[in-house]
Ligand binder design. Structure first.
Ligand SMILES: Cc1ncc(COP(=O)(O)O)c(C=O)c1O
Length: 381
């Protein structure tokens, strides 16, 4: 039987390929974006408490009211934003699901959606699974800023959505207030919906501030903002996130959500709600900043070139121009096999596999892991 091909991405994702190669060659895995240190013991206890105390049946479709209220209170505290927990917040099984659901709420067959590349690998398949066309626009290396003229040129009457990600995976670039203002000007007289992927919102360095689309009153009216608890609390395997959107968008989003997963696992929601309400943990950005600085310092001992330190997220892009001139895909595999360090080739984040000869390291790892990885990379000198 021939089943339909619903999107153009074929084969296994690069993350699976590189992680498998890392295991096969006993390499240190700095490829996939997940921490190798444990979550807070208190959060683990809360999960146990939830299951033990009977929070094991379906949660309400939009998410546990306690968790939605905790998220709303948290945004008031951190951003001074008023967000209605009932009409604007939906808990999702991870941000990837939230992105798919938001696209599905907006796109019709034949529509176009703009993505900024390099980009997280689910965007294009998600657009195509809705019968729409992805229109990639490249960010400008090596600092990966936005070329606004290319965005303007990519907009057609069929453009119904634009997705962006800040702080950015894989480049670590962050959007400024000025970027948001420029975007607002460009989409002002269109009916383009913005999907703002902000999963790394709490990982931003050097005293900078993350600007959320929710802080831009004009754009907020036309945006879905997508978040992930996994990135913030070191529990990516829980796959819990949330979508914040205006009430009319939230109604459309939930219309899809109720027939996709309907709801999200209850004990995890219970644990996160109580954790957020009482959390006095050290802010994530200072913990990750220490890791970034430590990693950058260690990398000075290797022949890699860092064109720009990551401003946010937990990824650092590096060039290997002083080592060899292999294509990046080949280089990443060679590095894993010969030197025992797994990374991700940045070309994997482009639809046309554009190769700037860059690789991406994930530094959300224990200091020992980073030290051991750099020990191995020093042998390249
Ligand atoms: C930019 C970006 N968006 C979304 C996600 C997915 O988040 P989740 O694990 O909550 O689905 C990731 C995970 O790596 C990411 O890097």
């Amino acid at each position: 039987m021939n089943l339909p091909q619903k999107h153009s991405a074929t084969g296994t994702t690069i993350f699976t390929v590189m992680s498998a190669l890392a295991t096969q060659h006993n390499a240190i895995n700095l490829s996939q974006g997940f921490p190798d240190f444990p979550l807070d013991e208190q959060l683990a206890k809360l999960l146990h408490e939830a299951a033990h105390n009977g929070f094991n049946q379906y949660a309400p479709m939009p998410g546990l009211p306690l968790l939605r209220q905790a998220v709303a209170d948290n945004f008031k505290k951190r951003y001074n934003l008023d967000i209605n927990a009932d009409t604007e917040i939906t808990i999702t099984p991870g941000a990837t699901y939230g992105i798919y659901t938001a696209f599905t709420s907006v796109l019709q067959p034949g529509d176009e959606a703009i993505i900024l590349e390099p980009a997280y690998d689910s965007y294009i398949p998600n657009i195509e699974m809705n019968g729409a066309k992805a229109v990639p626009v490249s960010l400008v290396a090596p600092d990966f800023h936005v070329d606004w003229n290319t965005i303007k040129a990519a907009i057609t009457p069929k453009t119904k959505a634009l997705i962006l990600n800040t702080p950015h995976n894989p480049t670590g670039a962050v959007w400024t207030k000025q970027d948001w203002d420029t975007l607002a000007g460009i989409v002002r007289n269109t009916d383009i919906v913005i999907l703002s992927d902000e999963v790394y919102e709490q990982i931003i360095f050097d005293g900078q501030k993350h600007y959320s689309v929710l802080e831009h009153p004009e754009l907020r009216q036309r945006s879905f903002a997508l978040f992930s608890f996994g990135k913030v609390f070191h529990n990516t395997g829980w796959k819990i996130g949330y979508c914040i959107a205006p009430p009319d968008f939230t109604i459309a989003f939930r219309r899809i959500h109720q027939f996709l997963s309907f709801t999200v696992n209850t004990p995890g929601q219970y644990a996160l709600a109580h954790y957020i309400m009482n959390n006095s943990a050290e802010p994530l950005h200072s913990m990750m900043q220490k890791k970034r600085d430590y990693f950058l310092e260690l990398m000075k001992q290797t022949p890699f070139t860092i064109h720009k330190p990551a401003a946010g997220s937990y990824f650092q892009v590096a060039s290997y121009e002083r080592i060899n001139s292999m294509p990046d895909m080949e280089f990443a595999q060679w590095l894993t096999k010969e030197y025992g360090v797994a990374t991700i080739p940045v070309s994997a984040f482009y639809n046309n596999k554009k190769d700037d000869k860059l690789i991406r390291f994930c530094f959300a790892k224990k200091e020992d892991t980073l030290m051991e990885a750099v020990e191995r990379l020093r042998k390249l000198s």
